[in-house]
Each structure stands twice: as C-alpha cells, then as structure tokens.
Ligand binder design. Structure first.
Ligand code: DCP
Ligand code: CA
Ligand code: CA
Length: 369
C-alpha cells in the first residue's frame, strides 16, 4: 500500500488589510477596513475585508461602508481603498516561496494555496506538521504576513483545518483523528455546502458533520442527486480524492478569429464559435484541466470589445456543454449592442483538475434551462 497523502492548505490572514498594515506599520493596533468604493458618494461601497481588530466590533466583508463607519466611530479606525496591484505583488512573492516547498502546488485565489507534501514528508504527519510550521515562519520572516495553515490527508480536510484557528493558526489533522476532528463542526465548513444545502440539511435536523454522517447514502442521494449526494457522504467521513494540481500558468486558454464578414446573425457566427470551443476544450483536456469559466468575446465593427462570461461552481470539461453555453453567451452579447461583430473569440479560465467535474452539474442545468 502506498503511504497516505499529506496536503497542506495555507490561507493568508485578513489579507488585503494585512498588506495595508505591512505598508504602514502605524496602522497596527487600530481597526483597519479595506473598502471597495463605488464612487457615487464618498461613503458608498462595501467592505472588502477588515483586520481582526475591526472584526471584533462586528465589521465584515461585504458590509456597506457607512455601516462599518458607524460601528467604528470614535475608534480611530483607518478606511482605505483596495490596492489590488500591491496585494498581488505580495501574493506572488509568497506563492513563489510556497511553491518551492511543495511536491505539487495549487494556488487558489490571491491568498490561498494547497501544497501536496506527501513525498517529502514520507507520508509522516509529524514531519508534515513541522513543515507546515516552517512554512508559516518563512512567509512571516520574508514578508511579515501571518497565515493560517492546516494539514490533513486531503484538500477537504486541510482546508477545514486551516480555517479552524484563525488568525495565525496551525492545525494538523492526523489520519486517526479525522472523524473526531470533523464531528462537532457545522456542515457549512465543508467546501460546496452553501446556504441552500445548509437549509435543506437543517430541515432534516442535520447541523454538524457528525449529524451528516448519520444520514444514509440513499437519503442524501434523494435529497441532492447522485453525484452531490455521494460527495456529501464522503465529505462527512473526511474522504476526498481531489488531487493537488498546478493551475495553468496563463490561467486561460483562448482563441479568436476574424469572421468572413461582419455579422449579427447567430446562425452565421455560431459555427465559428463552435470550432473555437472544440479547439480550446481539447487543449484544456490535453493539460488535464477542467474549467469553471467560459467567455465569448466579440470585437465589433468599430473595434470596441464586448464580452459575456459565465462561471460555474463545478468545473466543466465537455465540449458539448461548452458549445451550448457559448451559444447562450453569444445571444446575450448580441442583445447588449446593435453593432455587428467583426472578430469572435472564446476563452476558458478558472481552471481545476479534471476529475472534479460533474459533481455539481445542477448549476449547469439551471443555466441551460
Ligand atoms: N475579499 C473581498 N470580498 C469578500 C471576501 C474577500 O474583497 N467578500 C478579498 C479581501 C480578502 C481576500 O479577498 O483579504 C481574501 O479573502 P478571505 O476570505 O481569505 O478573507 P481574509 O483573508 O480577508 O480573512 P481571513 O483571515 O478570514 O482569511
Ligand atoms: Ca485569507
Ligand atoms: Ca482566502
């Protein structure tokens, strides 16, 4: 038998706000709120993230800025605009550091990554724990950024573990403690369980992962369908076979062609899109990648660019579905303009490994109607 897999998940703490503290150390100790200003008035917009000081008063991501200001009045709080390029620079350096310590590496978003360290830790959890703690220290020494790190036998458990003791946490889940570790946690801690699933589960008296574990496979299948039902059944037991996979470096695969003549006719344009889709989908398949986002891009007769895209919760890899989606996107694009299309393109992005497809295909069915 091969030795167990060991996966580490790193999640940078209150990332945007921590980057602001790094830039301006005077902010430390104060509530810091990073804001997406919508520009209509000086107060309109939403909170992107906040440091833990601000969170202790109830400030949250997504909250209207005026509400955060009200909560933090008299608290000497700093309200700062999002500076994505700056956060991106810091993220890139940290990701490069982490990548250097992984057998396999998968970045997820700007502030998270999975590291498969099975080989270098010889499947030994004590070694992996030491490695996880070293990674935290290195990131802190190099960038002054704290992180929360979890390790476990797979991505599912590692991610739940990193979320367990935020901020600046380190949580190791050994194979013999998976079931006990998961048991008392709320079901929403499982990736893929959103509000809707949580509500359905609550309806049958399921609050914790232990409760979920007690639900028969057949019942889960009735409630959630065969694939998602099976996923929940496994997840409740800490079972997850998703590999850690390096995302395509360019993070997108695209192709564009010039139409024989400018057109607004789907009948004329769609056959071109269809060929492009077959091409990019097979390129993705060659790389073992599935994709969550499909975009259709039109360069119009006046050379302006119009695009439409759709993102699915679960990765796709089927050319047939992609063609059908792109047809809808093309029609949406055309309905947003009276111009004729001169060049037409398609783009796949938001990649994941194949093997993760078809888990939540219901979102696809909803989109296609
Ligand atoms: N973000 C955002 N809007 C949201 C959620 C997040 O703009 N609704 C941005 C700001 C965050 C970054 O993405 O800094 C990472 O998101 P996380 O969910 O990981 O949140 P934080 O890193 O801010 O906090 P935590 O310490 O809980 O990980
Ligand atoms: Ca984070
Ligand atoms: Ca995150």
């Amino acid at each position: 038998m091969s030795s167990p897999r060991i996966v580490i998940h790193v999640d940078l703490d209150y990332f945007f706000a921590q980057c602001e503290e790094k830039r301006n150390p005077n902010l430390k100790g104060k509530p810091v709120v990073v804001c997406v200003y919508s520009g209509r008035t000086s107060e309109s917009g939403a909170v992107s993230t906040a440091n833990y000081n601000a969170r202790s008063f109830g400030v949250k991501s997504g909250m209207p800025i005026f509400q955060a200001k009200r909560i933090l009045r008299d608290k000497d709080a700093a309200f700062l605009p999002v500076d994505k390029p700056y956060y991106q620079e810091i993220s890139s350096r940290i990701m490069a550091l982490l990548r250097g310590h992984a057998d396999k590496f998968e970045q997820v978003g700007i502030d998270e990554a999975f590291l498969d360290v099975s080989a270098q830790s010889h499947g030994d959890f004590a070694t992996a724990k030491k490695l996880a703690s070293e990674l935290k220290s290195r990131v802190y020494e190099q960038e002054g950024i704290t992180s929360s790190v979890g390790s476990g036998p797979n991505k599912l458990v590692a991610k739940i573990a990193s979320d367990q003791q935020k901020p600046n946490g380190l949580t190791t889940v050994a194979p013999d403690s998976i079931l006990d570790f998961l048991a008392p946690l709320e079901v929403r801690r499982i990736v893929g369980i959103g509000k809707k699933t949580e509500q359905i589960l609550q309806g049958i008296g399921v609050k914790t992962i232990a409760d979920l574990r007690a639900v028969p496979a057949e019942r889960l299948r009735e409630l959630f369908g065969r694939t998602f039902g099976a996923y929940l059944f496994d997840a409740a037991r800490g079972i997850d076979d998703e590999p850690v996979v390096e995302r395509d470096e360019r993070e997108q695969i695209s192709r564009i062609v010039t139409l024989k003549r400018n057109s607004r006719s789907p009948e004329e344009i769609f056959p071109e899109i269809s060929k492009l889709i077959d091409d990019v989908v097979s390129k993705a398949a060659d790389k073992g990648l599935a994709f969550k986002t499909i975009s259709v891009i039109g360069i119009m007769e006046d050379l302006s660019t119009h695009s439409r895209s759709e993102t699915f919760e679960t990765p796709l890899d089927s050319a047939e579905s992609s063609r059908r989606i792109s047809r809808v996107l093309l029609e949406n694009l055309l309905s947003g303009t009276t111009l004729e299309i001169r060049r037409i393109g398609v783009k796949l992005s938001n990649f994941a490994s194949t093997g993760s497809t078809a888990k939540f295909q219901s979102t696809l069915k909803e989109f296609l109607g």
